[in-house]
Design a protein around this ligand. Structure first.
Ligand SMILES: C[S@@+](CC[C@H](N)C(=O)[O-])C[C@H]1O[C@@H](n2cnc3c(N)ncnc32)[C@H](O)[C@@H]1O
Length: 285
């Protein structure tokens, strides 16, 4: 939190409350003037947030892509985004995020959303499923997996996480250290929750929401998420025409983007899921 908080009297936003671990740390650091708003889509997150008794804290159950509805431009001293799924969400079989425990094909962060993983598995074409697995999971055997899913669903209902994980395992020919369903489950979760679209919208809006010297701390678990963050805050360079010299550099807000910061051994031993986390600090100049 040291890297996020520069003004203890400022207004902060935690876009991904989860179970409130980061929110509580931010609140501990703020003065009696400082304020924190936290977002999450998950009903379980909302329940946990209700137990935080602090007059300077407000929880809003919303998608962080809706930031414009709740936050003024030039108002935030700091924003935190901790992408992806939380450990408790993964650990609850009935949420359907895990390939290790039997659960429904759900994977929604927002329990009020219509689209579930089941809809994708039952109704999307072979090509659409393969595209999801490749685009969001970088799964090299996406086509083989999609083909087997479509073949199997014509014979029997694929109605739980363990059946789906087994089909993926059967389809794959290349053995990996990680469970064979890891990439496919990640990809399906990202598709169900439109994760890249929401992140892209939110990051674009954050450019205007930060005050000068305000900071965004973003923790990502997927190389594409990190790339979206870098691209959003990099100065835009416009070329007149391909191969002609640079004629205009965007003069709008400028940002300093840190190198990737990896978790320490101590952090990984406390939370093994942090091992694939990458953090960047982006400061508005
Ligand atoms: C990795 S967890 C955050 C953990 C949190 N930092 C903590 O300390 O407990 C990510 C959370 O973001 C939420 N989430 C994912 N996409 C979201 C979105 N577009 N808008 C709001 N919340 C989102 C998920 O429901 C999940 O609870």
């Amino acid at each position: 939190m040291k890297s996020l908080i520069s003004d203890t009297n400022g207004l902060y936003l935690d876009c991904t409350f989860g179970r409130g671990g980061h929110t509580k740390k931010i609140l501990d650091k703020l003065s009696s003037e400082g304020q924190l708003i936290s977002f999450d889509l998950d009903d379980a997150a909302m329940k946990v947030a209700k137990n935080i008794d602090n007059k300077n804290f407000k929880f809003i159950k919303t998608n962080f892509s809706m930031i414009d509805d709740y936050v003024e431009d030039d108002s935030l001293s700091g924003v935190l985004i901790d992408c992806g799924v939380s450990s408790p969400q993964l650990d609850e079989p009935e949420r359907g995020f895990s390939f290790q425990t039997k659960g429904p094909l759900d994977m929604r962060f927002n329990q009020e959303q219509n689209l579930t993983c089941k809809d994708i598995i039952e109704n999307y074409s072979e090509k659409e499923i393969a595209t999801i697995l490749w685009k969001f999971g970088e799964e090299k055997e996406s086509r083989r997996i999609a083909k087997l899913i479509v073949k199997q669903r014509e014979q029997n209902a694929i109605d739980n996480t363990l059946i789906l994980a087994e089909i993926i395992k059967t389809a794959k020919t290349v053995k990996t250290k990680k469970h064979p369903a890891t990439k496919s489950f990640q990809a399906l979760r990202m598709a169900v929750n439109s994760e890249f679209e929401n992140l892209t919208t939110c990051l674009d809006r954050i450019k205007d929401k930060l005050t000068k010297s305000g900071k965004l701390v973003i923790i990502t678990f997927h190389s594409l998420e990190d790339r979206i963050a870098k691209q959003t805050f990099k100065p835009k360079i416009n070329f007149h025409e391909k191969n002609l010299p640079l004629i205009h550099e965007d003069v709008s807000d400028k940002f300093k983007i840190s190198k990737i910061i990896y978790p320490s051994q101590e952090e990984i031993s406390m939370n093994p899921r942090a091992r694939s986390a990458k953090m960047r600090i982006i400061e508005k100049l």
